[in-house]
Design a protein around this ligand. Structure first.
Ligand code: 5AD
Ligand code: SF4
Length: 441
């Protein structure tokens, strides 16, 4: 048998890329590759890239530059670029970095082994098609190896919303949902291998409408199917669009015991003028009313959000509207970004806000979010939460896991094992995590 080759994958960007990287590693397993943690002993280096902001895309080129030396030492080394930069830039990548052997877009991963074979013959391989076939079915099923207690599972891809700033509809294509039975099979397989919490992924996950036994099923329908899977204890999903928060999904937050009380619900801005220009098709009030309805269904739900500051023509008053909305909602977690003009998107044509001004707004917004996050985290002290333990901590006898609200929780002198779910009383709130003690143990 030929020697196993080594594959080094570096993943940038969102959780969907983390999932895709796992699946690519599995597909390449069938072509005789095993993964390695170090690029130095790799036979193939694959960068799974993100194109969402300019900085993310530029990182790819600087990383490729760093591999030049390795390639000079080891001419047989294959270098590939996958993900959204691959989709958006295609051949341009090989022009800028001629040492790149392979460029594969997010919809063509299942063709990776054939492409690798082509590069072994000294050819370059490029595939950024949106093929008809289901890449998930063509990708090898996951090997039966044991795995950690949490996993991602992609159920939906692509986006039809066309927010004026966003490249996703171009790089990931139109909304596509996977059929219910395939998702259930994958979920059961994950559970057999030790997984107790699954996070359903989609660029617009709550727009899910996969084929079920009696016609299309909504995300809530899928969650109720997963609720029946024995051994699966926790269900999460991300990322949602406010306009797709349907009644059945809001209700499931109040009635489905396995659905965790955490919801990532990006609003991007609190200014109606900016929301309109962003083509978000919801306004400030409809978002706030939605939050009210979700909290009525599940009062303890922890909300997280995404914000863009410095969108073209955002004034200080528009920014203050965003700050007011944040004050009103009280987020437990948030991700905030300075607007980055992406070529080909409508917003890229509009006049930019002064960069120093945008940076200052980002600074002020992050300070507010940090205060809110910290207040919510501190309010956990004295409360009992459930923790799914993911790994031992750095100190002897310590275990680390996540609460239902996705807070990291450390427990000292803990006899729980990885994969255990336990009740924990929170005793302390630190900078980025909570400390607790086991209850009734
Ligand atoms: N500039 C800045 N932030 C962006 N995002 C998406 N596109 C851009 C852009 N051009 C942010 C949005 C989105 C998150 C994933 O990234 O907040 O929700
Ligand atoms: Fe991008 Fe908007 Fe689609 Fe989210 S909803 S992926 S921000 S276009």
């Amino acid at each position: 048998m030929a020697d196993t080759k080594k594959l080094y994958i570096k993943t940038y960007g969102c959780q969907m890329n983390v999932y895709d990287s796992e699946r690519m590693a599995e597909a390449m397993g069938g072509a005789g590759y095993e993964t390695t943690e170090s690029p130095d002993d790799a036979d193939m280096i694959l960068l799974n890239t993100c194109h969402i902001r300019e900085k993310a895309a530029e990182k790819v080129y600087s990383e490729l530059g760093r591999f030049k030396g390795l390639k000079a030492e080891k001419p047989d080394l294959k270098i590939g670029v996958a993900g959204c930069v691959a989709q958006a830039e295609g051949e341009e990548i090989m022009r800028r970095q001629p040492m790149v052997d392979l460029v594969v877009g997010p919809q063509a991963y299942h063709r990776l082994p054939e492409m690798e074979a082509k590069t072994q013959g000294g050819e370059k391989a490029l595939d950024t098609d949106f093929p008809e076939e289901d890449k998930f079915e063509r990708l090898k099923s996951r090997p039966k190896a044991k795995r950690g207690p949490t996993a991602f599972l992609t159920v939906q891809e692509g986006c039809d919303k066309f927010c004026a700033f966003c490249v996703v509809p171009y790089t990931r294509g139109a909304e596509v949902s996977r059929p219910v039975d395939r998702i259930l099979t994958e979920a059961r397989d994950l559970v057999e291998r030790g997984v107790r919490e699954i996070t359903l992924l989609g660029q617009n996950v709550n727009a899910y409408h996969g084929a079920g036994p009696k016609g299309d099923m909504t995300l809530a329908g899928l969650i109720w199917e997963l609720d029946k899977v024995d051994g699966l204890e926790r269900i999460r999903f991300t990322t949602s669009h406010p306009n797709d928060m349907m009644d059945d999904l809001i209700e499931a937050h109040g009635t489905c015991g396995k659905l965790m009380p955490y919801l990532h619900l990006p609003v991007q801005s609190g200014s109606n003028k900016i929301l309109k220009r962003m083509n978000r098709s919801h306004d400030r009030d409809s978002y706030l009313r939605l939050v009210e309805r979700i909290r009525a269904a599940r009062p303890d739900i922890l909300l997280s959000g995404d914000f863009i500051v410095g969108f073209p023509e955002e004034t200080e008053a528009d920014f203050q509207d965003t700050m007011d909305l944040i004050e009103e909602v009280k987020y437990g977690q948030a991700f905030s970004f300075k607007y980055s003009a992406r070529p080909g998107t409508p917003a890229a044509e509009r006049p930019l806000v002064d960069d120093a001004e945008a940076s200052d707004r980002l600074y002020r917004l992050q300070a507010l979010i940090t205060r809110q996050q910290r207040a919510i985290q501190d309010s956990m002290v004295g409360r009992e939460v459930s923790v799914l333990f993911e790994r031992p901590g750095r100190l002897a006898g310590q275990m680390v896991g996540k609460s239902e609200y996705l807070h990291a929780v450390h427990v000292a002198d803990c006899d729980a094992r990885t994969g255990d779910l336990a009740r924990v009383r929170i005793v302390e709130s630190g900078a980025n995590s909570l400390a607790g003690i086991l209850v009734d143990h």
